[in-house]
Design a binder for this molecule. Structure first.
Ligand code: NAD
Length: 330
């Protein structure tokens, strides 16, 4: 079986290479190009393609992939909001993903961002490097005995809830389903109550129509003054323009974002020599209480190995017609 691996980075080859040895029936060709309608035609003659969070796996791309004979779309990530699942179904293309490769890898980054913005670690690091040992602008708050509000308590949200409990925080959560594994220490509340009670809000729900811009100005106004907001899930959960307005209203002690609306086109690219002409992100970065990382939640050794293993097993299962729980069905 032949697999075309789009937008391949060196780290992808390093993690998939050794795992591929256990799947000798799969021949992988790695290419730099991102998957989009124009590059989809490169998949001619391949059984499957492998894509990531910034790929455009919309109707047009899928139609070209189908014409090329592609039968399987293997997403090497958990979220699949960039895939037109209905269209894939209509074309008879199987779409699988890696739902739970290492929830702790993302949850630990979420707490890392919360701590970094709380204690302004990015500022502290630079100050000391510049021989500035003053504490100006570095005062934070204790997390101990504060309230953490987790939006979405699936695998990653649950891992974040456990981390927050470890910090001695009271943990409350909002989800459309309650996670029975958390019933001993998590109190489920409405979204409004979570917004009003939390000192730290961490987003872990998927991007759906129902969660698009779940953090908007109206909801920001319901939050406590001095709240910390962390988003490691998907950029469009937060309305960036309204977040900026909320920051200007002095709502936030800190905002930590591993994902943001404008990230497509930036993710994993070096654009340091470019002038950003219309960037909202640049405006966001001008605030002293905002830290942005570039979608690195999944980027730990453990997670990469698990992603490679599951993706290749997904291809084997797809070729055998096995529905294995990793299928993107809606
Ligand atoms: P999951 O499916 O295990 O959990 C998602 C949870 O969100 C579920 O409990 C679900 O009931 C809940 N949910 C659904 N609709 C909701 C709504 N309207 N309001 C509140 N909760 C709702 O998923 P997961 O593995 O925990 O991943 C969560 C998200 O994290 C993914 O969708 C993906 O977007 C993101 N992610 C980011 C990275 C990264 O590198 N930053 C890596 C992996 C995943």
């Amino acid at each position: 079986m032949k697999l075309l691996f789009y937008a391949a980075k060196t780290y992808d080859k390093k993690s998939f290479g050794p795992v591929n040895e256990k799947y000798p029936d799969i021949v992988i060709d790695y290419i730099d190009h991102e998957l989009e309608p124009i590059t989809a035609s490169l998949a001619k003659g391949y059984d499957g393609i492998c894509a990531f969070v910034s790929a455009d796996v919309g109707a047009q791309t899928l139609t070209v992939l189908k014409e090329c004979g592609v039968k399987y779309v293997l997403m090497r990530c958990a979220g699949y909001n960039n895939v037109d699942v209905e269209k894939a179904k209509e074309l008879g293309i199987v779409v699988k993903r890696v739902p739970g490769y290492s929830p702790e890898s993302v949850a630990e980054l979420a707490m890392g961002l919360a701590l970094a913005v709380n204690r302004r670690l990015y500022k502290a690091y630079n100050k000391v490097r510049e021989n500035d040992y003053t504490l100006n602008g570095l005062r934070g708050v204790n997390f101990y005995k504060k309230t953490a509000g987790i939006v979405g308590t699936g695998k990653i949200g649950a891992a974040m809830a456990r981390i927050c409990r470890g910090f001695g925080m009271k943990v409350i959560a909002y989800d459309v389903y309650e996670n029975p594994d958390l019933k001993d220490f998590v109190e489920y509340v409405s979204l409004d109550e979570l917004l009003g009670r939390s000192d730290l809000i961490s987003l872990h729900c998927p991007l759906l129509d129902s969660t698009y811009h779940i953090i908007n100005l109206e909801n920001i106004k319901k939050m406590k003054d001095g709240v910390i907001l962390v988003n490691t899930s998907r950029g469009a959960l937060v309305d960036t323009d309204e977040l900026i307005e909320g920051i200007r209203l002095d709502k936030f002690l800190g905002v930590g974002l591993d994902v943001y609306e404008e990230e497509t086109g930036n993710v994993y690219e070096d654009r340091s020599d470019e002038i950003m002409k219309h960037s909202v992100t640049a405006r966001l970065l001008s605030f002293p209480n905002v830290m942005i990382t570039s979608h690195q939640g999944f980027y730990t050794m453990e997670a990469l190995e698990a992603i490679a293993e599951t993706t290749l097993q997904n291809m084997v299962d797809a070729s055998n017609g096995v529905v294995n729980g990793n299928d993107c069905l809606k």
